[in-house]
Each structure stands twice: as C-alpha cells, then as structure tokens.
Design a binder for this molecule. Structure first.
Ligand SMILES: Cc1cc2nc3c(=O)[nH]c(=O)nc-3n(C[C@H](O)[C@H](O)[C@H](O)COP(=O)(O)OP(=O)(O)OC[C@H]3O[C@@H](n4cnc5c(N)ncnc54)[C@H](O)[C@@H]3O)c2cc1C
Length: 386
C-alpha cells in the first residue's frame, strides 16, 4: 500500500526501521518516561545506534540526506510509541538542518558526529521576554574583541540537559529591530550555561527546561548565520522542518489513539446485552470521525512535503496550514478517544490519557495556533508577515 506521505521503496525502509525500533525500545520505556518525567535515554541511544540521528544530514557529512517526507514518516512512527522521544528527535533533526544551512566553523565536525549518532542538538529560541514570538529575541550579542558574548533567559529548551549543542538566537550587535537577529551555537559544558528544570503536563520526558546564559562567550566561529540573517534561518529553514516534524508527531499520536480505541471497542463488552462496545453505533461513529480527521491531516502533510520538494508561492501557506490542521486534529482525535474509551482511558488502564496530554503541547509550542492563524490571515490578504 502506498504511504500517505508518498514514500519511495527506499524511503519506506527508514519508516519501517523506525517503526520496529519504536515497538522494540520506545514502547518499553514510554510509560516510565512519562510517569517520572525522565529523559528517554534508552530510546535516544537506540535511535543513535540505528543511524536515525543522521537521517536528514547531507550525504557529504555521512548522513542519509533524506527529504522532509521521510522525516515525517519516521517522526510519526516514533510518536506512536513515545512522543517525548519523538519531540527530542524532531528538535534534533530541525536544528541539524539549520547547522547544515549555516556556516559555523565546526559545521562538518558537528554534522559528521550527528550522522554517527554522537551529537544531539536542539533549538533554544524561546525567551522570557519574547515568549512564543520566537522570531523576535530579546537577548543581544555584544561584541567582545573579535568574538561576542551574551546574556539570555531562554524559557524552554527541549533536551536541555542532554543535548551536545543548542542552536540559539539573539539580536545582532547594535540591532535596530528584533528581527535583525543571529543564530549561534551554545555548547554543552561551556561556562555561563545554567540549566533549570520543570515538568510539563504532556511530553514529560522531553527534557524541556529553562536555560540561563550569563556572560556566555560566543566565538566568531560559532555563529551559524551571518549577523542579521537569523530570522531568515528561523523562517526559511527551521520553521518548515519543525512544522513537518511536529505535524507528523501529532499524527503519530492520532494513529495510536485510533489503534487503542479500536482494540478497546473490540475487547470490552457489556454482560447484560452480550454486546461488545463496537456494537454501539455512537462509539463506532467516534472512531470513524477519528480516522477521517487523521487521514485528512496526514494527506495535507503529504501534499505539503511534495510541495516542499518543488516550492512555489503557495508552499509557505501550505506549511502553516499543515501545522494548524495537525494540532487541531491531534487534540480532537485524542479527546474523542478519551470519550470513546470512557473510564478505561480516564483511569490510566489504557495509555490514552498520555496521548491526550502529549497532544496538547502542540497548542503551546510556537508557532502557536494564534500565530499560525495570524500568519495565514496575513498571507491570504496580501499583508507582510511582520
Ligand atoms: C513541550 C515543549 C517543548 C518546547 N521546546 C522548545 C525548544 O526546544 N526550544 C524553544 O525555543 N522553545 C521550546 N518550547 C517553547 C514554545 O515554543 C513556546 O515559546 C512557549 O511554549 C511559549 O510559552 P509562553 O508561556 O511564553 O507563551 P505566550 O507567548 O505567553 O503565549 C500565551 C498565549 O498568548 C498567545 N500569543 C502570544 N503571542 C501572540 C501574538 N503575537 N499574537 C497572538 N497571540 C499571541 C499564544 O498563542 C498563547 O495562546 C517548547 C514548548 C513546549 C510546550
């Protein structure tokens, strides 16, 4: 059967590998990762060993150079078993794309290490002062001889304690607008990096934490973009890859919710009528609604990843629509699963309540639904984005 994201036989092999690994490793640890809000070490190590950290890294650095459609299929498979692991993976792939598109001095070394499963990276855009308006950082780079330094309060960084690097953002020195930004590397273990902690409602194992940069030194060679070109990187590289990965994650949650609901409706019954729950038409209708909504959103993402390979003027709009649709779909579908499975879902008997909580992260993560609607409305009425 053709994959809804239009995979070639070669690309399908990556999805199959991710599916097998998700069932063998991620599924084993997901409940514990969620309950204890712990980093999914075993799962990330398994992804690294399988070569999946290099899935989209360019071939010249030893990666598999896979396009967005393969990334989507892999992220979807991972999210079905452990969305916290999938989130860490999506941030890694997205940040690695920005490193590949930029020009830090260690670009080749970092990407070769990522392809070999020895370097995990992430994004550090959100700040206390800019909140979810990630394209307009509050922090600034300040010239320090030939190099730079910065102070920043990054409010959320996925993989904060475990990433080897962060792709971070700041205003360029002397910026006249917050959009005049620069992307730079933050390295694990460097002086001036203080990592805090908190536990979210969902995606509890994704190692998200606030990070304080105090007098952090940024060597000139650690600039990823030229000064002032940060917003281009954020919007033209990071945003589309992030959208593909997070939309696919949402779909993975939906597919798992459908499978669990279907299993419950077939397995559980009512003694006095001798019926299974699947004999109740209202519950079957809920499941049908879940399936239609999920495949509608997956089809849009499949269309969008095709457009991304041959972009035109409509492609940025499709990218925004895909994320909007996927976030809505995941909250709707996991809500229906909670309703269809009743007490079995509410009581943790089934892991549906975890999917329900994990799906809600999409609404909080930037670009949020409000930003997406505003951007789409502007694009549809001919207004500039900013
Ligand atoms: C699980 C998880 C992982 C994350 N990982 C990372 C990461 O790795 N790196 C990173 O940089 N960030 C990360 N984030 C942060 C995320 O992208 C957001 O920046 C953050 O969640 C925003 O929270 P806030 O309270 O500052 O939101 P606020 O900006 O205060 O938003 C509150 C409400 O106001 C609305 N709002 C805000 N601004 C506008 C506007 N301009 N127009 C209309 N409405 C607006 C929002 O839509 C929202 O409904 C993560 C978040 C989550 C939940």
């Amino acid at each position: 059967m053709a994959h809804i994201y239009g995979l070639s036989p070669e690309q399908q092999k990556f999805a199959d590998k991710a599916a097998a690994l998700a069932k063998e490793v991620l599924a084993k640890h997901a409940a514990d990762v969620d309950a204890n809000g712990r980093y999914p070490k075993e799962s990330i190590e398994a992804l690294a060993a399988a070569g999946l950290l290099g899935l989209c890294v360019p071939a010249e650095f030893g990666g598999a150079a896979q396009p967005p459609r393969t990334f989507a299929a892999v992220a979807e498979e991972l999210a079905q078993e452990c969305a916290s692991t999938a989130m860490i993976y999506v941030m890694h792939v997205t940040a690695a794309q920005q490193i590949a598109a930029g020009n830090p001095a260690d670009k080749a070394a970092i990407l070769k290490a990522a392809a070999a499963g020895k370097h995990l990276t992430t994004l550090a855009f959100s700040e206390k002062g800019s909140r979810s308006n990630f394209w307009a950082p509050s922090s600034s780079l300040v010239a320090d001889g030939a190099d730079y330094k910065t102070d920043a309060t990054k409010s959320w960084v996925t993989t904060a304690h475990n990433a080897d690097s962060y792709v971070s953002s700041a205003r360029m020195p002397g910026a006249e607008s917050p959009l005049a930004s620069t992307l730079y590397l933050v390295r694990k273990g460097d002086a001036g990096v203080n990592i805090g902690g908190f536990k979210g409602v969902g995606l509890r194992g994704n190692d998200s934490a606030p990070v304080e940069l105090k007098g952090y030194k940024v060597p000139k060679g650690d600039l990823i973009t030229e000064n002032g070109k940060g917003a281009d990187g954020m919007l033209q590289v990071v945003l589309p890859w992030f959208v593909v990965g997070t939309s696919a994650m949402s779909h993975g949650l939906c597919l798992k919710a459908i499978a669990l609901t279907s299993g419950h409706l077939q397995g559980a019954g009512i003694d006095f009528t001798g019926q299974k729950l699947r004999d109740l038409p209202n519950l079957r209708a809920r499941l049908a609604d879940m399936a239609v909504a999920t495949d509608r959103s997956r089809a849009l993402l499949g269309y969008t990843v095709s457009e991304m390979e041959k972009p035109d003027a409509m492609t940025p709009l499709r990218v925004l629509q895909s994320r909007r649709c996927a976030i809505d779909t995941a909250t709707h579908v996991t809500d229906l699963a909670m309703k269809a499975c009743g007490g079995a879902a509410f009581s943790h008997h089934l892991p549906i309540e975890r999917l329900f909580r994990d799906a809600r992260a999409g609404w909080v993560m930037a670009p949020t639904v409000d930003h997406l609607d505003d951007f789409m409305g502007k694009a549809l009425t001919g207004l500039p984005l900013f």
